[in-house]
Design a protein around this ligand. Sequence first.
Ligand code: MTE
Ligand code: MO
Length: 182
Amino acid sequence: MIGARRLARISRPWRFIAAAVLIALSVAAAPALSQQSSKSAGRAELRITGAAGHPLVLHDEDLLAMKRQSVAVTGEKGGKAVYEGVPVADLLERAGAPLKEKLRGPAIALYVVAEAADGYRAVFAITEFDSAFTSQTILLADRRDGHPLTSADGPFKIIVPAEKRHARWVRQVTALDLQRAR
Ligand SMILES: Nc1nc2c(c(=O)[nH]1)N[C@H]1C(S)=C(S)[C@@H](COP(=O)(O)O)O[C@H]1N2
Ligand SMILES: [Mo]
């Protein structure tokens, strides 16, 4: 039998250790929890930069509040998917880029560099986004088949529906840089 005095002597250090372990665990979990909540609060961002218009930073909730469009596409390997997002033209317009009736004269020399997190780059002439020039809608997608894009694809991916090769279907888009040809 363990006497009451002896029990108190044994259990006190154990109580101390249990408390220390609990504190250590909560300290360790805090960064993971705050990362989780910042992710669900949607801090994925898209920068629009460059020569024409004004700089603009958009978050995924901004894209969700804009006029949305979806497109059914066939992948390079034949798989089908429905991408949903915002026409790149609307994003450029929001940043003050000349489109529609303003897309004429010197503005015809503008081009957009789509920049990705892995350093990949693709170039589009500004006319490729304008509905007066083309019936194709190039989309900045944030959803595929109703779900947010995977980390390999997203948070944002450019969809070029009429293009059979997918070299300009830029994954992990971080910025659209609007430049003028010299
Ligand atoms: N960020 C990024 N996007 C990219 C690429 C890349 O290397 N990095 N490769 C492109 C090329 S060449 C192709 S064929 C497709 C391939 O897309 P998938 O891996 O989803 O099939 O992504 C395009 N988008
Ligand atoms: Mo490719």
